[in-house]
Design a protein around this ligand. Structure first.
Ligand code: TYD
Length: 230
């Protein structure tokens, strides 16, 4: 797609359609980063501009906060402080990366977003606090669609371990299987409460099957027409 950053289509000089915002959620080892790349490939082949980004992070300031959060340094400060750091990172990411891209007509694919705060920090905080933090960080930049890559925690943790057997685990990967399974159930409840936005995809299937299901859900949601077999 011919795009410029001023919100106009370069060829026709008419205001461009804003892009669409798709977030990916799920537990450790659910394949979010692989599936984001695959969906980005489909969208680019269909001639859309695509930005791949992640949370925590996605802008220079938010990446600095990510280092602090994942190192575990914020853990001792308690769940409220951690949630506020995720919120500060998100605010910066939304303002400096996500909104400008959407305004320029780019599709934004984001690895984790506000639902991760609901699930991870939401376990230790009351709903009002989580609602307020979400409102502050996100305002109107809510995802048009969320792909929940669902698989049992045990399988996800095994996958994450086999991918990187000697890797140093981050603050969240160290936690035990029961907690990861609780989070899986919390993601599923969230998806059930917002079925229009959140599509649940079975991530225990082989990568190419998950890919085709994600692409199908996305085509259906946004009415994308592609030639047969693409
Ligand atoms: P990351 O290495 O990006 O892991 P993953 O591949 O699982 O996405 O680490 C991000 C970690 O931060 C992950 O364990 C989930 C956690 N997290 C929260 O607790 N709250 C949040 O709002 C976000 C965005 C992430």
């Amino acid at each position: 797609m011919n795009s410029s950053s001023d919100g106009f289509d370069m060829k026709n000089r008419v205001p461009k359609e804003p892009g669409h915002f798709i977030t990916f959620e799920g537990g450790e080892g659910s394949g979010k980063s692989t599936q984001i790349k695959l969906l980005a490939d489909h969208l680019r082949k269909a001639d859309f501009d695509v930005l791949e980004t992640r949370e925590p992070g996605g802008s220079p300031n938010a990446e600095a906060i990510r280092q602090y959060l994942l190192s575990g340094m914020a853990e001792g400060k308690g769940p409220r402080a951690e949630a506020m750091l995720f919120t500060a990172a998100r605010m910066d990411h939304v303002e400096n990366t996500i909104k400008p891209a959407l305004n320029a007509g780019t599709w934004v694919l984001c690895d984790r977003f506000m639902d991760s705060t609901r699930v991870y920090q939401g376990m230790d905080l009351d709903t009002e606090t989580v609602d307020l933090l979400e409102k502050i960080a996100v305002e109107k930049t809510r995802p048009d669609m969320t792909i929940l890559l669902d698989l049992p925690a045990k399988q996800g943790l095994q996958r994450a371990l086999s991918r990187d057997p000697d890797g140093i685990k981050d603050r969240f990967e160290k936690e035990d299987e029961a907690l990861h399974e609780e989070r899986r159930q919390a993601f599923l409840r969230l998806a059930q409460s917002e079925p229009k936005r959140i599509a649940i995809i079975d991530a225990s299937k082989p990568e190419h099957i998950v890919d085709s299901q994600v692409w199908k859900a996305c085509r259906r949601r946004f009415g994308i027409r592609t030639p047969m077999g693409v």
